[in-house]
Ligand binder design. Structure first.
Ligand code: ME8
Length: 528
């Protein structure tokens, strides 16, 4: 694997980020950090989607310019991602000058090639979706099924993209590449949607929508949001219609594009057609994740249950975002919906991160100090020159086998499932400690056996710190520091021999890696 390019959806900036936006950015960051452990060159793109009628209207009602609204809210997204340790390579804004210029040239090229043509049109426009809706997709009351709002009747002269020209090629691609859409159960949905697709409007009259990218050579039209938004995945890399940059040549096609299930149609139909029209390779995978509900209810401004990701960190007084990252990244099986509740958050992170994982390390290091002044002796190793020579062979094998299972899960973008494998390794290791009772071995004077048990656990803790790193980077670093383990090691270089002989740690340097989320604090935040 010589490069790995992954992207998220770019968020609308007509509000602040919520926990659903955070879910997507967290799972993508977890994937990015995992692949950094396997590949030297990972490019992770995220950003904001800033044009369109919705932004124009929100700005007007706030009495500010659209650009002012975008600047203010894009910053809120950046701040939130910083607080969550989202380690992106570029944060693209669709108002960025380089993006705007290239989108104009893409549009111009598609007009020149005959993929975009002008036509007059009357249709039902939903500003929530920023697209025209097919009357057959409306609810019985004539509302947009996603936004439950009545679409406006819009009659305009617009530019149209010849989606129908690419219909058969898209169907063929989806059928021939069963792992193109992940999870696979969503592919049928897309194939059904493809049955009655029409050419799509890709511009709006400036008389109706001023906040958009101007069509070159036509003063009356601005480019409609989806062609602008989708192009971000290539403009960010410096794609240009005539001379694609080296960066573009290196990273495109994307290895995975992470989006929510509600915008799968745009990514697996419109986006493919645009790429085909530009004669560009297609992304390898589209990961359509599910939606996050709050206490089992859909998040909505009217219900008043919209949660900001940073408010969770604040209300639980979390020093690092690790617990929240772990909870979100394991909230739903691949592609399925997940739920957030304060109570469940508290229980899960206390059980998995504090009681099981953190405590295991803490207890083991404390015993090493108590019985051996923190020293690992040569005879404690169950492994010599990467050969298993005694001691806890099967457990060490299980641990390295888990590395492969976790990698397999990530290859299928099954993030929560990868998390479960790690928790399972922690549980197995805890059971090993209970079964082998090093404290009894010490009491009976069986010091070498006791040292072997502790060393085996510490070897496995190194592996666990590497596996948990993408989910909980700060906790992993704290674990690795106490184990004198080099976290920058690639996963494929992990062995049975991660621990060195000599004094590993002293009493003062043993620190809990994760403190239990205080139950009183959690209760306080719930009653807020
Ligand atoms: O759709 N749970 O922007 P957006 C999980 N600008 N994910 C959620 C969610 C929830 N409750 N709510 C939203 C757009 N999302 C376009 C994208 S990409 C070229 C343009 C996800 O701000 C949603 O599925 O409405 C999408 O992937 C992302 O957040 C941005 O949503």
């Amino acid at each position: 694997m010589d490069k790995f390019y992954l992207t998220t959806a770019i968020d609308y900036v007509n509000g602040a980020p919520h926990i659903g936006h955070a879910y997507e950015k967290i799972i993508t960051d977890v994937i990015a950090r995992h692949f950094k452990q396997r590949c030297d060159d990972v490019y992770f793109l995220t950003g904001t989607d800033e044009h369109g009628i919705k932004i124009q209207k929100t700005a007007a009602s706030a009495g500010i310019t659209p650009k002012e609204l975008c600047d203010e809210n894009a910053q809120k997204f950046k701040d939130a991602w910083k607080a969550l340790d989202i380690d992106y390579t570029r944060f693209i804004r669709t108002t960025d000058e380089d993006h705007v210029k290239i989108v104009q040239r893409i549009f111009q090229k598609l007009v020149k090639n005959g993929d975009i043509y002008k036509n007059s049109y009357e249709g039902l426009y939903c500003s929530g979706c920023e697209c025209f809706l097919n009357p057959k997709d409306l609810t019985e009351d004539g509302l947009c099924p996603d936004h439950l709002k009545k679409p406006e009747i819009v009659k305009e002269e617009n530019y149209f993209f010849k989606l129908t020209k690419y219909k058969d090629a898209i169907i063929k691609h989806i059928k021939e590449n069963p792992d193109f859409i992940i999870p696979q159960f969503r592919a049928n949905e897309v194939l059904n949607q493809l049955e009655d697709i029409q050419d799509i409007s890709v511009s709006r009259a400036k008389s109706n929508v001023q906040w958009g990218i101007d069509v070159l050579d036509d003063d009356e039209q601005s480019i409609y949001v989806w062609i602008d938004a989708l192009s971000n995945y290539i403009t960010a890399l410096g794609y240009d219609v005539d001379t694609p940059s080296d960066k573009f040549k290196k990273y495109w096609p994307a290895d995975v594009q992470v989006i929510g299930k509600d915008i799968l149609k745009f990514h697996s139909i419109y986006w493919l057609a645009i790429l085909m029209a530009l004669d560009l390779p297609l992304p390898k995978h589209i990961l359509a994740h599910g939606w996050i509900t709050i206490d089992q209810a859909k998040m909505s401004k009217s219900i008043g249950n919209v949660i900001s990701p940073t408010s969770v960190l604040e209300s639980f007084e979390l020093e690092y975002p690790d617990a929240f990252r772990y909870y979100m990244a394991t909230a739903a099986p691949c592609g399925k919906d997940g739920n957030y509740s304060d109570e469940d958050f508290k229980e899960k992170v206390n059980a998995h991160l504090a009681n099981s994982m953190g405590n295991l390390l803490n207890r083991t290091l404390s015993m090493l100090v108590k019985y051996f002044d923190g020293e690992i002796k040569e005879e404690f190793f169950a492994v010599k020159n990467n050969e298993l020579v005694g001691g806890s062979i099967s457990l060490l094998k299980t641990a390295l086998n888990k590395v492969d299972l976790v990698k397999n899960n990530f290859d299928n973008f099954a993030i929560a499932e990868a998390g479960l494998e790690i928790v399972n390794l922690v549980d197995i290791t805890n059971k090993y400690v209970t079964d082998n009772a090093p404290w009894t071995l010490a009491k009976e004077g069986k010091m070498i056996e006791c040292g072997q048990v502790l060393t085996t656990v510490l070897e496995i803790m190194c592996i666990i710190s590497a596996l948990i790193y993408p989910f909980c980077p700060n906790i992993a670093e704290s674990m690795a520091k106490q184990l004198s383990f080099d976290l920058s090691k690639k996963l494929d270089d992990l062995t049975y021999e991660n621990i060195k002989t000599g004094v590993l740690i002293s009493k003062e340097n043993i620190k809990p890696v994760f403190l239990r989320v205080d139950s009183e604090l959690a209760d306080k935040s719930k009653s807020k």
